[in-house]
Design a protein around this ligand. Sequence first.
Ligand SMILES: [Zn+2]
Length: 525
Amino acid sequence: MTAAADRLFVNGEVHTLAAPDETHGAVAVRDGAIVRLGSTRDVEFLEGVDTDVVDLGGRVLLPGFVDAHTHLTTVGRYLVHADLSGADSPDEAVDLLAERATEVDAESDSDAPADPVLGYGYDESTWEEDRYLTRADLDRVSTERPVAAFREDMHVAAVNGVVLDRFADALAAAPDETVPTDADGEPTGVLLESAIDPIYEAIEPGPAETREIVEAALADCAAKGIAGFHDMVRNSHAPRAYRELDAEGELTARVRVNYWSDHLDALREVGLGTNDGSDMVRTGAIKSYTDGSFGGRTARLSEPYADAPDETGQWVVDPRELSETVAAATAAGYQFTAHAIGDEAVDAVLDAYEEASEADPGEARHRIEHVELADDEAIDRLATSGVVASVQPNFLKWAGEDGLYEARLGQERTAETNRYRDMLDAGVTLAFGSDGMPMDPLLGVHHAVNAPAEAQRLTVTEALRAYTRGAAYAGFDEDRLGTVAVGKRADLVALDASPWEAPDAIRDIGVAMTVVDGDVVYDER
Ligand SMILES: [Zn+2]
């Protein structure tokens, strides 16, 4: 006799997202795995007394999304502390910080005004009053507690008088240009670049706060249909939080931890290799950098910036050092992933991968993060070598007319950014992710389907695949995740509307339900 299913999903429009995409009406799940696919009638015989039958009411059911590139604790900080990304003016930012101050007051002992009030993600460039937040603003939040607000790029901060007093020595030692002063020579409370470092150090979350931040971000993942993500980690307590939650059976998304290259020796010494771990938490790749960003004009270009004719960007990690790190990690059996945004940086990573791999770098499943500007030759090399392009379709918000790309690169090169169509047609594996800006797969799919450069648009099915099986492949997970198929893990997401029916409004589609390993981790039906 066939054992009953633990859970049946019936009356749905189930897309497998395999090639070709097939649709079914129902899915049966037992022990966290998909055991049958078919019409609602095809699975009904698996209903037992303890079976939970979920009526999808015609909703679209897809494989759970996998975000191939995020920084989960950064996402969580926005959720736990004041999220200033929605503020439209300095006053509104101050109001949001004041709300957070009330929460901090309620959470802490009345005689412990040491707990800081923190806000993240303000962007004054969108304000009518286009100026940084200052000490004067933040003193209105509190003159007893430390208060700090960080610009979205984390390169600019504002602090109140309490912080200025407490860090007076460190700030006096910082380079003058990083601590702007007013007409009287007093610090304005604006801090730039390295002057912010002592503040960052002081607010670095410990294990308990990290767990709180991780849990907040995990709840957000579940609400966005994210069943798994690849985290980028450096000197963080997050891996410990993931493993604790996993041991307690409380982890609601699968985590692949990519460690910064300065952790390589430690990983090797404790014997943690790529793909080691449990069903829920695994060690991923060794991560490094090459260049910076277009925003900071630090991405490495073969031709100068359109708005700075003498500049071609900077190496954050120079190619020789990168090659050595890639060689060491590859020789030790690790997958590798490197941040590369400008065309020259993409070429440098491909050089390093090709040098380090005796066979082909695709076998080690090396990846490049971002690949925002790549020429034809680079795309051919990606395809031939099997190196994964881990890209962030939400970055297309910069690709519109008068956007950041056009300012930095000019019109012609802007049309050549984020060439998803060319990469897919050449045979490159695309893995979609968000870089945490924000974590929202449907927003990314929306951008990829409606890209400003029409020639680079993906179909709805292709874009959804990059956020499911493409991302799963980037984590060696294509046999267990990424499509709806018998034998695969039951990681699923139900949507309130069909992305195929309204391709120009995919970002507005609500997530109705998220399922991880057969368990419902989010239900908004
Ligand atoms: Zn990143």
